[in-house]
Design a binder for this molecule. Sequence first.
Ligand code: ATP
Length: 327
Amino acid sequence: MTEPAKRAIPGYTLHRTLGRGNTSLVWLATDPQGRDVALKLPHEETLRAQEAAERFGNEVRLTLKFRHPHMVEGYAGQAFGPEAFLTIRYYPDGALNEQLARISSRRLPPAAAMRLLADVASALAYLHHLGAVHQDLKTHNIYVDETGRAALGDLGNTYFVAQGGQVSGSPYYMAPEIYHGESSSAASDVYSLGILMYELLAGERPYQGHTYEELMVAHMTRFPAPLTHLNPAVSRPVSRLAGLALAKRPGERPSADAIRRALLRDLGETPQDEVYENSGAPAEPEMGKTTPVGRHGPVQSRTPRPEPEARPEPPKGGGWNPFKRRK
Ligand SMILES: Nc1ncnc2c1ncn2[C@@H]1O[C@H](COP(=O)(O)OP(=O)(O)OP(=O)(O)O)[C@@H](O)[C@H]1O
């Protein structure tokens, strides 16, 4: 994959690359305010391919729009064109999958895992409240700060349900109905959260497979052992909700907020209602007409509405990576 020469962005100093994703190269940079930031520069291929460019533009506009303590904070960006970029909060320890890879047991202490899961459930509840669906929940898209609190990022595939159905995700985390070709929904995000609960609390994903087809069969036909069997430290209510989150029928799954509450109770806390300043706001504003109000005040939408994404197709052989989006 070819990279553009290190691009100059006025006001920013680029130091070193932090990582490379399918869509962008991520730099550690200093922004005009003197903060360390992660600066995403789309690959040349991303800018050339309409769908990929739209996904990057979508990530820019939604990252700058949403404000929540457990979503990766966006600072500045440009959604489209050769000058496209996005700056977000910098997490020195990288993404959660990278952190887990450094732990030999691949397993976090239960309380730490439940804290992260409660944070992610809180971020999902916020998105769902706004009428949005993340569509790509996985450890690659979760960042943990130095205090052990999690933030959900990578909103390239996020969309508002009111804009029409979309089908996308990573095969390890995709709900059965997505394999069937149905649109993503809050319930399919909850299914992915159920997979994440197993991953973090049991130390393994409930469904394995070497191919797209194997994973599809597993998600559609198998049932995992209860979490309490795999990790006795998990309480029955949390175990039961994780099992329900993985229900084959979307309508049987609990809400992200119910999972958040159960996890917080397990941590010995009394869950509070999450209050959003934009309660009652329509699910998706007409872009450019309405300014949604996030938890920390108004956030200006900056870019036009992207076209819906193409439906994922199974891979055509060789080099299959279950964490790459279907294209
Ligand atoms: N905020 C951040 N702080 C620290 N490191 C980051 C941050 N964002 C990204 N990275 C690093 O850059 C890598 C690539 O980021 P990411 O996966 O978001 O790329 P992308 O191309 O935008 O996404 P995708 O591959 O899903 O299209 C990550 O795996 C991580 O190592």
